[in-house]
Design a protein around this ligand. Structure first.
Ligand code: PEP
Length: 253
């Protein structure tokens, strides 16, 4: 059975002390609740807090992810963080191709592909984001956009490499807007993505691939989103900044 994953993307939020308080709050919530045994919680704090968050618990509570990685191996790339550095800190996951990075930092599908390669080389699982902007949805182009992002960003991988990848479908019009995709809209695209994987790598690989939904996911709507057969969890932005809300989503399975 493929894994259910609930990953919190803190983005550029929280001071060190606030971040420490948030992990501590998540740990407290975890002590109070029972997670479905197939659910993996992942916390993706800003780079400077990775070690602090990692030091909090062992993998039985949560795993730690970065929010970005360089597409280059090492060297004169001021301000960048490499996959080798993440691996040397035992980081398990890394978000790649988030719509904010695509929009503000011009991250193309080709760059996404190189970042994925770097992560896989160092044994880090990429959480690869895809999703259409509002105008694309309104023009009925969401399937074409997602197909291009998945094909150009990921389909150069071998089946074995692809087995390490997590996909997050995040309609850009739903991110941080309070506007969530309906469960039907989410299921429709998730099933489409799984179909693309079946065509490329076969049913066995597709059945094992976790496809997360992201976009204004909250404790109040997580249950109906996660009830869909092809929705295997969530990538959570705003609601991951409050321990209770985040764990309310993590326990929605
Ligand atoms: C995100 O940015 O990945 C995200 C899903 O944000 P939010 O939950 O705030 O919409």
């Amino acid at each position: 059975m493929r894994k259910h994953i609930v990953a919190g993307n803190w983005k550029m939020n929280k001071t060190f002390q606030e971040a420490d308080d948030l992990v501590s709050g998540i740990m407290d919530e975890m002590e109070k609740t029972t997670l479905d045994s197939n659910t993996q919680v992942v916390i993706c704090p800003p780079f400077p807090y990775l070690e602090m968050v990692s030091d909090y618990g062992d993998d039985s509570y949560f795993m730690v992810g970065a929010q970005n990685v360089s597409d280059q191996e090492s060297g004169a790339y001021t301000g960048e963080v490499s996959a080798a550095m993440l691996e040397s800190m035992d980081i398990d996951y890394c978000i790649v191709g988030h719509s904010e990075r695509r929009a503000y930092y011009h991250e193309t599908d080709e760059i996404v592909a190189r970042k994925v390669d770097q992560l896989l080389k160092y044994g880090i699982k990429p959480i690869v984001c895809c999703g259409e902007v509002l105008e694309e949805r309104e023009a009925g182009r969401q399937f074409d956009v997602v197909k291009r992002q998945i094909t150009d960003g990921l389909f150069h991988l071998t089946a074995e490499q692809f087995g390490e990848v997590v996909i997050a479908y995040e309609p850009v019009w739903a991110i941080g807007t309070g506007k969530t995709a309906t469960p039907e809209q989410a299921q429709e695209i998730h099933a489409f993505i799984r179909g693309l994987i079946v065509e490329k790598y076969g049913k066995e690989v597709a059945d094992e691939t976790s496809i997360l939904y992201g976009g204004s996911c909250k404790p109040g709507n997580a249950k109906e989103l996660f009830a869909n057969p092809d929705v295997d969890g969530g990538l959570i932005g705003g609601a991951s900044l409050k321990a209770e809300d985040f764990m309310g989503i993590a326990t929605a399975f």
